[in-house]
Each structure stands twice: as structure tokens, then as C-alpha cells.
Design a protein around this ligand. Structure first.
Ligand SMILES: *Cc1c(COP(=O)(O)O)cnc(C)c1O
Length: 342
């Protein structure tokens, strides 16, 4: 296998520490983990293995094909998109359960007699039965394991929609018998015990994004580095990269690294991102291209061609600098990295 020139170093101990923080904050509720979108770009299988070893028993993916990466992992897997007509055979052959989301899905699943979860929409207006549909008798005869709903504004503490959705879901939970009820994503867990029910579904926080449920920051899980393909001197007045968006104010030492927007190093980090060489901050200069980006390493004279340069991928700072959400930054990381787990 040829070596990879861009590397994600994934700290599974930090992942587990973050999960434990959410589990503790959730009190008596079981704490699951969303590992959809290849574990938010971090790697679904390795993430799930670490979390299950720490005691996580519930994993959430969006698609049936995402179940495959979790083969052999000892946890309950729920598929959040439910099950479409052309997915019934896959679902029936799978150890995972669907989170049924429409009346048609419920009608198709009921005759199988197999266990399932159900999503009720309490105000996000995305996926799920309406409360009226859920209370209509539609669920009678279904082997309902967990009844879910999902918050629209969980990361905005004090948003009135949170209490509205909590109250609607508590009302449904009192009237719809299920083994468990579940409402909170990462942000929801921090909203307080009224949001915890029997099971929580954190995602982003496990991977280091957003805020900790008990305040403060979360442990960084992902570190990014990329190989220096070429070091060059750019003389004062010369420009760097497509569109000549950066002009050197004085002679600069530039590192051209093997990292571009095809790797999820988004174009809006052009002239906005940074790398680090030890303590020296090395600003991104010029436009990020598909496979390369340039950094001003004038402050790091010891670097050589072939070295790996550490890229600043602090999620909050990179989100602010790029205008992308932390979710987009993580899930956009792409397939070209060596993902190294430590
Ligand atoms: C993605 C997802 C989660 C996890 O949300 P985070 O904001 O990443 O914690 C939980 N529940 C559902 C239904 C989801 O789609």
C-alpha cells in the first residue's frame, strides 16, 4: 500500500472520555452513540469498538449500508432513516432495527412481527410520525422497542422550542408504551434531567464538537497533519495559488502540503486557516486547491520537504474561520487520509 500523505490521528481515549462525560451527565439514562456518516468522519468501526468496550450499548446510523461497517460489534444498532420498500429484505436480514418514520413504514413493518423503534416529530419537522399519527392506534400491534424524538434547537440553551418539544414528547411517552423513550442528542443532554428519558443519542460531542453537557470544553479527538510536498521561497510582490488571492508582503518561506478541499480542508479556509510547527503559527496563504494548500512557514526554518505539518483543526476555531459547522468539517474529512487510531 502506498503511504498516505495526509493523516488523521484519532484519539480513542479522548472519544471514550467524551462519551463518559455524556453518560454521566445523562444520569440513569443509557448513553448511546451516533456513528452515522462513518462516525462523523472519524471512522465508524473504530469509534464503535472503542465506545462499546467502554460500555456503550446503542449505536445509531442513518442508512442500512452503514450497518455493514459495524459487523460483529456487540451493540444494538438502530437505523435512523427507517426502512423503505426496497430496503425491507436488507432490514429483515440485518441484526439492526429500523427507526420507523412514516405511516407507510409502520404499515409495512408491522406484519413482520419484528422489533423496531419509532421516530415521532415533535417540532423539528424533519423525519417522523406526527403526534396525532403516533396516538391514532397506528402503533398498536407493533413490537415497539424505543420511541424517539429529536430536538431542533438543543445547542441553544433556553430556546423556547426545547421546552415545547420536551413537553410534547413527555406527553407522548406517558401515552405510548415502549421499553424506552429517547429525546436528547449531544446538546439535549446538557438541557437537564427532563430531557434524558431512558436513552440518549449523542453524536458530535463524542467527536469533540460543541460544548460539554456539564459546561466547559470536550477533549479533541481528531488531529490533522499533511506532508510537505515542497518548500519554496516566494519573493515580495509575488502571489500564491489560483486567483492570486495572496501577495507576499516580503520574502516568505512557503510549505506546499498534500491537503486540499477534496480532503475536506474547505476552500473557505483560504487565507484563513493555519498550521502549527511546534509553537509557531503558520497561516494558510493563497487559495486552498483540490489537493494542496500552502502555509507561510517563515517562522519554522527547521522544516524539511517530506515532513508532516500539523494543521490547526480545532473545531470551534476552524468552524469560525471557515463559516462551516463543526459537523460539516468532521463529516467532510474524506477518504484519502490515513486514519491512525491511538
Ligand atoms: C445525528 C443524530 C443525533 C446525534 O446528534 P448530535 O447533534 O450529533 O449529538 C441524534 N439523534 C438523531 C435522530 C440524529 O439524527
Amino acid at each position: 500500500m502506498p503511504p498516505r500523505n495526509a493523516r488523521l490521528t484519532i484519539d480513542t481515549a479522548a472519544l471514550v472520555a467524551n462519551w463518559r462525560r455524556f453518560a454521566r451527565a445523562g444520569g440513569a439514562a443509557a448513553c448511546g452513540a451516533a456513528v452515522k456518516a462513518d462516525g462523523y468522519g472519524v471512522g465508524a468501526r473504530a469509534s464503535a469498538q472503542a465506545l462499546v468496550a467502554a460500555g456503550c450499548r446503542d449505536l445509531f446510523v442513518a442508512h442500512w449500508h452503514e450497518v455493514e461497517a459495524l459487523t460483529g460489534i456487540d451493540a444494538r444498532i438502530a437505523v435512523l432513516h427507517g426502512v423503505g420498500a426496497d430496503e425491507m429484505a436488507t432490514a429483515l436480514a440485518s441484526p439492526a432495527v429500523p427507526v420507523l418514520a412514516t405511516p407507510a413504514q409502520v404499515a409495512a413493518w408491522k406484519p413482520t412481527g419484528r422489533p423496531c423503534d419509532v421516530m415521532v416529530d415533535t417540532g423539528l419537522n424533519r423525519l417522523g410520525l406526527s403526534p396525532g399519527e403516533a396516538l391514532s392506534g397506528l402503533l398498536d400491534g407493533l413490537q415497539l422497542d424505543t420511541l424517539h424524538s429529536h430536538l431542533a434547537c438543543a445547542e441553544i440553551a433556553g430556546h423556547p422550542r426545547n421546552e415545547l418539544q420536551r413537553a410534547r414528547f413527555a406527553n407522548l411517552a406517558a401515552r405510548i408504551p415502549a421499553r424506552r423513550h429517547a429525546l436528547a442528542n449531544s446538546g439535549g443532554i446538557g438541557l437537564g434531567p427532563g430531557y434524558h428519558f431512558a436513552l440518549t443519542r449523542p453524536g458530535i460531542g463524542l467527536y469533540g464538537g460543541g460544548l460539554a453537557p456539564d459546561g466547559g470544553g470536550l477533549a479533541a479527538v481528531v488531529a490533522l497533519s499533511a506532508r510537505i510536498l515542497q518548500l519554496r521561497t516566494v519573493v515580495a510582490g509575488d502571489s500564491i495559488g489560483y486567483g492570486a488571492t495572496f501577495t507576499a508582503p516580503h520574502d516568505l518561506r512557503i510549505a506546499v502540503v498534500a491537503l486540499g478541499y477534496a480532503d475536506g480542508y474547505v476552500r473557505s479556509l483560504s487565507n484563513a486557516g493555519a498550521a502549527f510547527a511546534g509553537d509557531a503559527r503558520c497561516p494558510a496563504v493563497g487559495r486552498v486547491s483540490m489537493d494542496m494548500a500552502a502555509f507561510d512557514v517563515s517562522a519554522a526554518p527547521a522544516l524539511s520537504e517530506g515532513d508532516f505539518l500539523d494543521i490547526d483543526f480545532d473545531l470551534a476555531a476552524t468552524a469560525a474561520a471557515s463559516g462551516r459547522s463543526e459537523y460539516e468539517l468532521l463529516t467532510g474529512l474524506g477518504a484519502r487520509y490515513a486514519r491512525v487510531y491511538k
